[in-house]
Design a binder for this molecule. Structure first.
Ligand code: KG4
Ligand code: ZN
Length: 360
């Protein structure tokens, strides 16, 4: 059995993990930068690179310690080569190359989106299950909203992607606007069930051209228009104060500072996002020979999306990653490298970081 060290630094998480070629997860360490970017309501690229530089060495060391291994127990290094923030990608990539040069290990550059899909495959493998291919895969996070067809040989064909904001970005922007802080997805998801979606009308996107493309900027603008028509200043101040006092407020604490009309808007927002995503997944399944649906990326943690995908409306089973593998991590990067290690497909040490690295 061979072991792969995975390294991920494409956005605001510095992560390292070790998996073996049988798909067993031996360790996974994630250093989140949420505390750094939280006060700005989104990821600040310069700060992200600096934090990666600070974290990369202890995070990798942590992954080795957690797996009770030394470098001699590692057979290959897998690292995210893109897409992502170039300054962030470079930290992980440079570290990986240095380790490979010094220890004579093969380097495997991984596409971050392929990693997100492998988070789901890794979990299925660990629980003894098998996801049948071809599949339709939706990767929805703070940076991406991409829909792919995945062939039996794990080849990707892009079916559609967002033309403006990513789904997670829409959550983050609406949360910022309403004083819920960053990241927005988890809080809005937590509060949406307390609202009445039908009480606030928010629009669906109108797409010209590829009907499997996504658009979330109109929805964000609609929430922006809804907000000034109410007097939200008081509640926004109260929510900001709550966040200053408690880094992770409970649902009861949030409900104390969030009136029913705002909860209704959150429910309506979540319903539209879930529908926008699932309708395209449904259409993609109908258009392809898909035998499974794979939903991954930070937004895959969304309880509303999970419930809707498991409600029986999809004609094939839907698979999600477990929560710890749905946001950025390095286990998924190492997992995506297993077939490459088996085929002996390695990268040269001049591998470049690419902000817009395409998968299909
Ligand atoms: O995959 P990820 O960790 O990083 C990127 O590659 O972007 O995804 C983070 C994104 C954030 O935009 C966050 O708001 C969103 O995923 N997110 C959620 C939920 N949990 C995280 N969005 C909706 N519902 C959630 N429960
Ligand atoms: Zn991601």
């Amino acid at each position: 059995m061979k072991r792969i060290l995975g390294i991920e630094s494409s956005c605001d998480e510095t992560a390292a993990a070790i998996v073996d070629s049988g798909g067993a997860l031996l360790s996974s360490v994630v250093a989140s930068q949420v505390a750094t970017h939280g006060k700005y309501g989104g990821v600040v690229p310069e700060l992200a690179s600096r934090e990666h530089l600070r974290s990369i060495v202890p995070v990798v060391r942590g992954a080795l310690e957690q797996a009770r291994l030394t470098w001699s127990g590692i057979d290959a290094v897998a690292v995210t080569a893109g897409p992502g923030l170039v300054g962030s990608l470079l930290v992980g990539l440079t570290f990986a190359k240095a380790v490979c040069a010094v220890r004579g290990l093969p380097l495997i550059g991984v596409n971050h989106l392929d990693g997100h899909v492998h988070a789901v495959l890794l979990d299925a493998r660990a629980s003894g299950g098998q996801i049948e291919l071809p599949a339709v895969a939706l990767v929805a996070s703070g940076g991406h909203t991409h829909l792919f067809e995945v062939s039996e040989r794990m080849k990707y064909r892009l079916l559609g992607k967002t033309r403006d904001d990513a789904a997670g970005e829409a959550y983050d922007k609406v949360a910022k606007l309403l004083g819920f802080g960053y990241p927005g997805g988890p809080v809005l998801d937590l509060l949406a069930p307390y609202g009445e979606a039908a009480a606030v009308r928010l629009p669906f996107s109108k797409m010209k051209g590829n009907p499997l493309d996504f658009s979330f900027s109109g929805l964000k603008t609609a929430v922006l228009r809804w907000a000034p028509s109410r007097d939200l200043d008081g509640e926004i101040v109260a929510r900001r104060a709550l966040r200053r006092l408690h880094p992770h407020p409970s649902v009861e604490q949030w409900l104390e500072v969030t009136p029913q009309t705002t909860l209704d808007a959150l429910a309506a927002f979540q319903q539209v996002v879930v529908e926008e995503l699932l309708r395209r997944v449904e259409a993609a399944v109908a258009e392809t020979a898909a035998r499974s649906v794979i939903i991954s990326g930070g937004v895959a943690s969304n309880a509303g999306l999970r419930a809707a995908a498991h409600s029986g409306r999809l004609s094939c089973p839907a698979f999600f990653p477990p929560p710890r593998l749905s946001t950025d991590n390095a286990a998924m990067i190492a997992a995506a490298a297993i077939p490459r290690l088996e085929r002996g497909e390695f990268d040269d040490l001049d591998l470049k970081a690419r902000a817009n690295l395409a998968l299909a």
